[in-house]
Design a protein around this ligand. Structure first.
Ligand SMILES: [Zn+2]
Length: 204
């Protein structure tokens, strides 16, 4: 049983999908073969990533591997052709209670999504971090997947600092389970990750 089946939701019930950036480990599930896996969904993604990854000439101009552009065509490109994408830039309210903010570096249109409800909020930071054990104490450390490594490092330091100041609850995909926690700052451009304690509400 797939995750959606387990909660009795059909792929055709999905109305909106938030994409932090166009890398296949974040977009691969959008398609089945050459068709949208979610036929009624709008995919919300930054205009800067669509412009960059759906134009393979950018591979030649930047030296960023052609594979990423080919994979983008097979995922986001499918939704672009069917008119199922909503492109945002800067800071935009993409859905009620959900704000997108673009933080270029890892990719040109890498985005965070802040989901708010009442007094509470959580921010999904996409690939701001790939290796928590290294990049919190040394956020200047970049990874081969960064389109613009220097910009990615500067963005990480700036974002960590803001997240620590705001004591913001954060969700991050490349962290050990549960991937939700807080950031604190310790001296000049050095940070720590504090995961929340996982609780299973159904067995409590
Ligand atoms: Zn990525």
């Amino acid at each position: 049983m797939t995750g959606l089946e387990a909660i009795a939701i059909a792929p055709s019930d999905i109305t909106d999908i938030l994409i932090t950036h166009i890398h296949t480990d974040h977009t691969g599930g959008l398609v089945i073969g050459e068709n949208p896996a979610f036929p009624n969904a709008t995919v919300h993604v930054a205009e800067a990533d669509v412009d960059f990854f759906l134009n393979p000439q950018n591979s030649e101009e930047t030296g960023y591997a052609l594979q990423y552009f080919e994979e983008a065509e097979k995922t986001i490109g499918v939704y672009e052709k069917t008119g199922q994408i909503d492109q945002f830039k800067g800071t935009e309210n993409v859905l009620p209670g959900i704000v997108a903010t673009v933080h270029p570096g890892h990719t040109p249109g890498s985005a965070f999504f802040t989901v708010s409800s009442g007094e509470e909020s959580i921010i999904f930071i996409g690939d701001l971090v790939h290796v928590p054990a290294i990049q919190f104490p040394s956020p200047q450390t970049t990874i081969v997947y960064d389109v613009a490594p220097d910009q990615a490092a500067a963005m990480r330091i700036e974002a960590f600092s803001d997240l620590a100041d705001e004591r913001q609850l954060v969700a991050a995909p490349h962290h050990p389970f549960p991937g939700v926690g807080h950031v604190s700052e310790h001296g000049e451009a050095s940070f720590k990750w504090h995961p929340v304690e996982y609780r299973d509400r159904e067995t409590e």
